[in-house]
Design a protein around this ligand. Structure first.
Ligand SMILES: C[S@@+](CC[C@H](N)C(=O)[O-])C[C@H]1O[C@@H](n2cnc3c(N)ncnc32)[C@H](O)[C@@H]1O
Length: 274
């Protein structure tokens, strides 16, 4: 199944999530926590900045078992559809990596496109629980990775070319950090890095989006909206129903910036097609 990459590793990851997070909590406890978590994302943006989203074992379990796989499926889909996204990246930096799901999905999409070799992932998150959960995700999925506690807006980036991801993270930054990050990302994009930003489709909670979109487009990038019906993992579908949510269709939007084809490679493409 192309959206999922290595299907044995994907199944192993999901089984590991269930085993670990349902060891101490019952299913009804996790589904109650999921309701609270989704309300936090929709209604209480300020609380997220204060760390409410990942406060408590129930919300962490819900985040890892529910939003992690959903973000994995969305980023796998985007990486499979955006021309050039699943390319030759040696390092992939995941800013605000959370449980590692989004970066892992992109890395596995690259591996699939390149016949097995995934980029090395560098995960960065400010939350200590996320950092250890991401390390577990990368391990279970067989990906080579380093994870650091740090700030997404100011974290050191590799000196060599890399792919940079920020999935469901930019919206959690304050205005100043967000503006600083935009400047950094555009600078890195102009030096040849590939940049992928992924966020939910929700205009009211992302007024900054239009500014970022205009900046990416004027730098030669593109913006897209996504809507598709994946095969949801059984635990995700069960939690979805139990918490009164509906993610049978997954949606999202992305910004993508990659170096334009050079004059030489454009000429090669033209002569190959003539
Ligand atoms: C909604 S989660 C998304 C996680 C992951 N990217 C995904 O798609 O599943 C947002 C993550 O960003 C992290 N985060 C928020 N602000 C941050 C900052 N300033 N620096 C580093 N991480 C940050 C949070 O701790 C959380 O793990």
């Amino acid at each position: 199944m192309p959206e999922r990459g290595d299907s044995a590793a994907y199944d192993r990851w999901l089984a590991d999530l269930e085993r670990r997070h349902l060891a101490e909590l019952t299913f009804p406890e996790v589904s109650r926590a999921l309701r609270a978590l989704s309300a936090t994302y929709v209604e209480r943006r300020q609380k997220i900045a204060e760390g409410a989203a990942l406060a408590g074992a129930g919300k962490r379990a819900a985040f890892a078992m529910f939003y992690g796989p959903l973000h994995f499926l969305l980023v796998a889909h985007i990486a499979g559809e955006l021309p050039g996204a699943a390319g030759e990246h040696s390092t992939l930096v995941d800013l605000g990596c959370g449980t590692g799901a989004a970066g892992a999905a992109w890395a596995l999409a690259c591996a699939r496109a390149r016949g097995g070799r995934a980029p090395r992932i560098v995960g960065v998150d400010r939350h200590p629980w996320a950092v250890s959960e991401a390390a577990q995700t990368y391990r279970t999925l067989g990906l080579s990775a380093a994870v650091h506690r740090g700030d997404a807006a100011t974290a050191a980036l590799p000196s060599t070319r890399c792919a940079i991801l920020a999935a469901f993270t930019v919206n959690e930054l304050d205005e100043r950090a967000r503006a600083a990050l935009l400047g950094r990302l555009l600078g890195r994009g102009s030096r040849g890095d590939r940049i992928l930003i992924v966020e939910p489709i929700a205009g009211s909670i992302a007024r900054w989006w239009d500014r970022w979109r205009a900046a990416f487009e004027s730098a030669g990038g593109r913006s897209d909206q996504w809507r598709f019906r994946p095969e949801l993992p059984a635990i995700v579908a069960k939690l979805d129903r139990a918490a009164g949510l509906d993610h049978r269709e997954i949606t999202g939007r992305s910004l993508w910036l990659a170096p334009r084809a050079t004059a030489a490679s454009r000429a090669a493409v033209l002569s190959a097609s003539s």
